[in-house]
Design a protein around this ligand. Structure first.
Ligand code: MG
Length: 381
């Protein structure tokens, strides 16, 4: 039985009809999609953004996020977030926002699952090394790299490179590459994912740092956002041990930030009364938190920067990882014949340094360490 026959036989509602019932006029509707670079017929029961989400999930780059550092490396423990679990947490928060504001949940989910897919091993420390390795030839950013992966590097189809994602999904990621430029105006769905990313990492980096013993609860008492969240939890649940209090505070932090965002964004949406997604996209940012909360979040971020991201244990790990990545890059740069054949064939069009960066980006932390031992210290293998 063909997919078309299945749709008819079980009487499925069309995507267009379903979205017209559930989504607001300012949401991106599948029926208005500008399509894909290479034309493909519509799927009978999966919308274009559902298909984008599924294509992203089935990439090697997505699976490898499970063994890539978010902030803390695997050697530090087994409680904290990896790049993959962070991605899921962003998707979960972003979908909550999308559903409450009647945005396109499929597009939001695709964008959330895509947003960090371009991260190299070792988190932002790895990104800094690759940027340094490309000096004089261009820049390296994980946001741009996500686009290279889904437009060029993943080979899943006969007729074209990349995933042939919808223009709306690619545009949402493009906005992340140049947030301050007027060039890429984000859909409300892209704004929701950006907000969810920052809500997730602020709350979870604090939680992970506490579990790993890099901070204690008293340290965070100087941060107003944290202090007020503790006050709220204590007013509802008086006697909590330390770890129960921590979990309740992290939950409260996320709930508070999402609620504030929904409240403020709903007021703007009511005021602007957009009649379609394009009007919303061209307006000033809509999906954002109140200025009071943004101020408190900034204070928490500054605290995390000083006390967590610059913690001696984190910095020591970062220095070792950065040195290893530089050494791997140098070996491939001297002996390009050591690169896998599929990458060597790209040197002519992309250049040697960019090709090495593409290869290194695809590595998990684990694979990068193994390559380092193999290439730079063969006696250790
Ligand atoms: Mg992220």
């Amino acid at each position: 039985m063909s997919t078309f026959d299945v749709t008819k036989s079980i009487g499925l509602e069309t995507i267009e009809h379903r979205e017209s019932r559930l989504l607001a006029p300012y949401a991106v509707h599948s029926a208005d999609s500008r399509g894909r670079q290479y034309h493909e017929p519509n799927h009978p029961y999966r919308g274009p953004f559902q298909r984008d989400r599924d294509r992203i999930i089935h990439t090697a780059a997505y699976r490898r996020l499970s063994a890539k550092t978010q902030v803390f490396t695997g050697e530090m423990g087994d409680y904290h977030r990896t790049r993959l679990t962070h991605t899921h947490e962003v998707a979960s928060i972003a979908r909550t926002i999308a559903r409450a504001l009647r945005l396109n949940e499929d597009l939001v989910e695709a964008l959330a699952l895509l947003h960090d897919i371009g991260h190299p091993p070792f988190g932002h420390s790895g990104e800094d090394v690759l940027d340094e390795c490309l000096e004089g030839e261009g820049r390296f950013s994980h946001n741009d790299q996500a686009l290279r992966i889904v437009e060029l590097l993943e080979i899943r189809y006969h007729d074209f490179t990349g995933l042939n994602l919808s223009h709306e999904t690619l545009d949402g990621q493009r906005f992340r590459t140049e947030k301050t430029s007027e060039k890429f105006r984000p859909s409300l769905e892209a704004q929701a994912v950006d907000a969810a990313d920052s809500i997730a990492y602020d709350s979870h980096d604090a939680d992970d740092a506490l579990e790993l013993g890099l901070l204690c609860l008293d340290d965070l008492h100087s941060v107003r956002l944290w202090r007020e969240a503790v006050g709220h939890v204590r007013s509802e649940m008086a006697a909590l041990d330390e770890s129960s209090l921590r979990r309740a505070v992290v939950h409260q932090l996320i709930d508070w930030q999402v609620s504030d965002l929904l409240h403020d964004s709903s007021e703007r949406l009511a005021e602007f009364a957009f009649s379609n997604a394009n009007e919303a996209r061209l307006s000033d940012p809509v999906i954002r938190q109140s200025s009071g909360l943004v101020e408190m979040k900034t204070e928490l971020e500054q605290f995390l920067f000083r006390h967590v991201y610059r913690h001696p244990g984190v910095v020591a790990d970062r220095d070792l990882a950065q040195a290893a990545l530089r050494e791997i890059f140098a070996v491939y740069h001297r002996r390009e014949g050591l690169l896998p054949k599929s990458y060597r064939s790209r040197i002519g069009s992309a250049g040697l340094r960019r090709t090495i960066c593409d290869y290194l980006t695809g590595m998990t932390d684990r694979f990068a360490w193994r390559e380092h031992r193999r290439l730079c210290d063969p006696d250790e293998v």
